[in-house]
Design a protein around this ligand. Sequence first.
Ligand code: GBH
Length: 479
Amino acid sequence: MSKPQLRKDFLWGYATASYQIEGAPHEDGRADSIWDTFCRIPGKIADGTNGDVACDSYHRYKEDVALLKQLGAKAYRFSVSWSRVIPLGGRDDPVNKPGLQYYLDLIDELHANGIVPMVTIFHWDLPQALYDRYGGFLNQIEYVQDYVRYAKVLFEAMGSKVKYWITYNEPWCSTILGYNIGQFAPGHTSDRTKSSVADSTTEPWLAGHNILVSHGAAVKLYREEFKAKDGGMIGITLNGDWTMPWDANDPKDVEACERKLEFSIAWFGDPIYKGTYPASMRKQLGDRLPTFTEEERKLVQGSNDFYGMNTYCANYIKHKTGPPAPEDFSGNIELLLEDKNGTPVGPETQSPWLRPNPQGFRKLIKWISDRFDRPMIYVTENGTSLKGENDLSKDQILQDDFRAEYFRGHVNALAEAVTHDNVDCRGYMAWSLMDNFEWAEGYETRFGVTYVDYEGGQQRMPKESAKVVAELFNTLCQA
Ligand code: GBH
């Protein structure tokens, strides 16, 4: 068998997201997003923090770009804060020039340093004004038009300089964590101890549907008015992790694994690649899952130029007996970290949900490739936290062998999938360029290949893993 390798022009680099790094929430006219307001509610963020300062990247983007260059990155995936560009968010609301300028400057700085920008249009930080005005995602008529106009502002301003567009980061998180469990903004859940509004049994499915339609509408606009002259590609980024049966000898656990992948990935992927929701979801959710009108289907089906893949870990899956709970969102399964024999799915990290499993990565990328008929794939996030990292001294943090080993395992698994499993993968963005605001976990959990000294003047210091990532790609991308 030939040696695993990657294309010579393979695009590798690092990812971040606006609310997690920028800070400056009220500078130059930016208005609140749903994450600014969510962080103010006591108890929502583990360490009581927020993104008010984060990595101060609004003021330090030149340092960020210098860092990328130092690390040898070929690309940088960042996201745009909608409420920085259009503070009130809506299609008739004014564009905030200085806010937009920040991203234009960042893009120019990237180009000046030979780094390819990959722009995520939406990474969870919906303008608060749109939530207040009409409930955000839940109002299709208003939301789709507002999203498309926002996207248009970006295409017009940056289109000539951006070849990679991502409409949404992980709609599963915005919908399930935001509208079912309530762990993420805007915190909707049927659990009345956590939220006084909302219905977990219907809202996530409606929100997901409207997100898909708005994605399709933005792609249509891009293809009709920008693609020919700007020559870029546009796609969506979906998250999902590999599944393995809790009891490999129980066909019901094996089936449950497939169902779980459908509930997390094919929920969005099937409409885009096949034009319908997965049968397993229709069966369990009935008409709580919206149906595509012919017009909606035309917008959504075929709307990916590439598939953006985010994944971190794997899970063992055990089928549940008895009917699914009405608020169930995973296909009536239990998600477990050990199998029947007590074998852990991977070593512990700082994130309770994250157990690294490199071979699971290889199987998952093949599953995605097979299910969606071999799309061009860009891995848009992959990375790990490290148990207790935040409690270590700076010198110890810089020696992050566990993270380095994670990247060795995953990047090699990727090269195997490309070389032996007929997967068409063109790029890989590690999560993350630097430690940053880890949402509901605050700053306790670090995901960076670069240490950020939040208290010591925001110094950025590359960890061992940053060196390893560069070595891996420099070795693999020679073909
Ligand atoms: C990504 O999501 C995000 O895009 C990125 O912003 C973030 O910093 C990064 O991961 C690291 O977390 O607690 O059992 O409900 C990753 C996908 C899916 C991971 C939901 C956490 C929570 C599972 N996420 N999951 S649970």
